[in-house]
Design a binder for this molecule. Structure first.
Ligand SMILES: [Zn+2]
Length: 251
């Protein structure tokens, strides 16, 4: 029961004041419960934010059912007869599963485990990882963004090293959210900067935005390439040139 009589339980009295107890929350739909915790912790929950820390066990299954019910309403609003149309009978369920478990899973699943190793052999040569396959979606239209990215790392003796396959796993975790390409590469750069702590970090992403093809507008602008350069890649034009020339051979 909400404790309306207790003056210390005023709503939004501070970051830690959850006025509803878990048993009260349990009566709400999972999405409202999760949102309640996010707001209580003063955390942003934009389309490309990871909210896994606020999702409790079993709630993803509840979320899926919620999305399924709302998706069924969308189909109804589109005047599609999902009762007799055998093609769309399971569509709401399939789309809900696809959103939560597949294409947007990077919002709901915690960061993949990545072991970091100290740079014992003091590697300090330019290292390029890629191409890494990008499967994302634009947050404007929820249409696929498919592409590739390359990561350039210039480690120093204090850098942590992570296995090559881990770059792809971190990229996948960031990209499997509704994204904007410019923000996605910055998010990825921040994550890698934090973990690897290199002297220089560069990311180039090239991707095809299906909202452009599908809607038949500006088809020629559907491919977008952008990059982030940090540290040594910003200061050292030769390093930047080396990285980009190695990439141009792979493009
Ligand atoms: Zn779009």
């Amino acid at each position: 029961m909400p404790q309306d009589n207790n003056p210390s339980d005023t709503p939004r009295g501070g970051a830690s004041s959850l006025i509803l107890h878990e048993e009260d929350l349990a009566r709400l739909p999972a999405s409202e419960r999760i949102r309640y915790r996010l707001i209580g912790a003063d955390r942003r929950y934009h389309a490309n934010d990871n909210i896994s820390a606020f999702v409790r066990e079993g709630e993803l299954d509840e979320l899926k059912l919620e999305v399924q019910a709302k998706m069924a309403e969308v189909l109804k609003a589109l005047v599609i007869d999902t009762d007799s149309d055998h093609n769309t009978q399971g569509t709401a369920r399939r789309v809900a599963k696809m959103f939560i478990e597949e294409v947007f899973r990077g919002r709901y699943r915690p960061m993949p485990d990545v072991t970091e190793f100290p740079n014992i052999s003091r590697l300090n040569e330019l290292m390029i990882v890629g191409p890494i396959t990008v499967r994302s979606a634009c947050s404007h239209h929820m249409c696929p963004i498919l592409g590739r990215l390359w990561i350039g790392v210039l480690p120093n003796e204090h850098s942590n090293l992570i296995g090559l396959s881990k770059y792809a796993r971190i990229a996948d975790w960031i990209m499997t959210r509704p994204q904007i390409q410019e923000e996605a590469v910055i998010m990825l750069a921040d994550e890698l900067q934090d973990r690897v702590k290199p002297d220089g970090l560069a990311i180039v992403m090239e991707a095809d935005h299906f909202c452009m093809h599908w809607r038949g507008v500006k088809d020629d602008e559907s491919m977008m390439t952008n990059s982030v350069m940090r540290g040594a890649f910003l200061k050292d034009a030769n390093l930047r040139r080396e990285f980009l020339s190695l990439l141009s051979k792979k493009f």
